[in-house]
Design a binder for this molecule. Sequence first.
Ligand code: NDP
Length: 321
Amino acid sequence: MSCAKVPSAILVDLGNPDWIPDDNFQEFLKQHIPDADIRCASDPGNLEDICMIALNRAPTALAYSSLPNLQLVQRVGAGVDQVLADPALPGDVRIARLKPQAPAREIVEFCIAYVFAEQRHLFRYHAAQSKTEWMQIPPRKTQETTIGVLGLGHIGAKVAATFSYLGFQVIGWSRSPKTLEGVQCQHGRESLLELLGKCDFVLCILPSTPDTVALLDQTAFDAMKPGATLINAGRGDLIVDDHLIDALNKEDDRPVRAILDVFCVEPLPTDHPFWNHPKITITPHVSGWHIDDGLPDVAENYHRLMSGKPLLHEVDRMKGY
Ligand code: NDP
């Protein structure tokens, strides 16, 4: 009697050679799981053996239809919107993501950098210097500044806690109710517009899901506090681009400036109006970068998949994150 082989191979298909070449990640995984059959997308072997794909950029190089025994798509990163947007993704395949500490800390730093640039009027001093103008402006008081943090997950909760620690008034917003020390927590769509009206800074660290796409539209901008700054480090499609341009062009300063790290199309096309808008600051999706401390979880999830244990950071496909 022949015994059917259990599909147990991992396919490394990061699709991002400028970041981590597939063969480097294959080596990394081999060190953590030396007994596993780990293959690169360039030489995948018998596709029926593959039970797990590690990918960074979706879609996969191989068609899902050619992977009959695939059980897990392990995103080597945080957001899974591109994975879920692939219409070819089979309905029964599980999805997991990473929750590394380093990019969460880096996004906290990114937000701190731009919040204090506004608090201390650095953009205005830069402009004044170019005109040899001596212009004194009182710094804005931290304790009188309200920070709104949209998204209180792995990253957003750290952002909210940090600004609270720094002495700001902090209001956080999530899908479900939360309790965070020093943060006034709100949840649900119905509370969003009122929240936006209270915030001097709106820091957006939400995932892109069917519920959050186009969340920041004209209605949201109209609800913002005059003079507020918007920082988006979540996903580009949370914002309706045209509505943001219109809002920035109005004189009521709702918002007065937008700091954008993420965009609907990346790299941002050279002819996109964001590039030259005087009230927009662009960074090229760099607010969170290093994910090294999360990488061992890919190996751990392989073990868990093979032994039927709960996965680390499994995504709820219905919620979209
Ligand atoms: P999490 O899944 O840990 O947290 C997501 C948060 O968003 C949760 O608090 C969740 O609410 C909230 N949320 C989701 N949907 C809604 C909704 N409809 N209304 C209100 N709140 C909602 O994700 P992370 O914190 O790890 O990451 C967030 C996003 O940041 C990622 O999905 C990715 O897109 C982006 N990112 C960007 C990076 C960059 O370099 N710019 C780097 C890393 C991530 P609840 O708590 O109730 O579930």
